[in-house]
Unconditional design. Sequence first.
Length: 96
Amino acid sequence: MKRIGTLVVTLLLLAAPAFAQQPAPKAPAAQDGFVPVDSPINPADAMPAPRLVAIAYGFIWVVLFGYLWSVRSRLATVEREIESMSRRVAGGQKRP
């Protein structure tokens, strides 16, 4: 008797996902969410995507080169200071 109860519970647990499916979707109405457009869109309503992408990439490149120029100029300043300190240490000069 215990085996039959276990078998029934197991079958119910295995069959549960089949009964848990969502109902079929309703036909889309014009005001319910996204409705795909079948006709071509008006060119005045379209966004100029290629131009916007080119502007975005150009902006990123300008920022990248500006950052690299900034790092290089700061590195050159540090190199000059290190060279100056090396000459002072080698010559035995005191700091002004």
